[in-house]
Design a protein around this ligand. Structure first.
Ligand code: HEM
Length: 127
């Protein structure tokens, strides 16, 4: 991990974010707490996540260019995001990072960055 580069560049840029999203969503869909929240056709969600993570990790601002201000907590309000679901989401992300071959120090740094937003999006303690 090179601390003078963005997380985006450390991960390996556009190709790596694409692979990460492709590894992540099958895990989300298969997860008993997460899968039921997502539509059957996951492709549009994957595309938005590709754009969002690109910008979140310090790459080009693809998401904002296409969809305006992220307002991510607000965009999650229609869905019951519990603390258990935040843990599950981060767990799927951890597995996806490992699957695409990201080394432990970078994996931990990425998860650290995502855990703030994940718990911030929690909007209920109930199903
Ligand atoms: C905490 C647990 C989380 C749950 C349960 C969750 C669940 C969801 C659901 C159900 C959707 C809507 C899918 C649809 O379009 O029907 C969604 C959209 C999205 N989520 Fe999450 N999410 C979580 C955390 C996160 C985190 C941590 C991030 C990024 C930091 C994130 C980024 C996104 C993005 C970019 C979208 C697409 C937003 C849009 O419609 O433009 N999510 N999420």
């Amino acid at each position: 991990m090179n601390p003078s580069l963005s997380v985006y560049d450390n991960l390996g840029g556009a190709t790596a974010i694409r692979r990460l999203v492709e590894a992540f969503y099958p895990k989300v869909q298969a997860h008993p707490l997460l899968g039921p929240l997502f539509p059957e056709d996951i492709t549009p969600v994957m595309e938005k996540q590709y754009m969002f993570l690109t910008q979140f990790f310090g790459g080009p601002a693809l998401y904002s260019e296409a969809h305006g201000h992220p307002m991510m907590r607000a965009r999650h309000l229609p869905f019951p995001v519990t603390p258990e679901r935040a843990e599950a989401w981060l767990g799927c992300m951890s597995e996806a990072l490992e699957e695409i071959g990201i080394d432990l120090p970078l994996r931990e740094a990425v998860l650290q960055r995502l855990s703030g937003p994940a718990f911030h999006f929690v909007n209920t303690t109930e199903e």
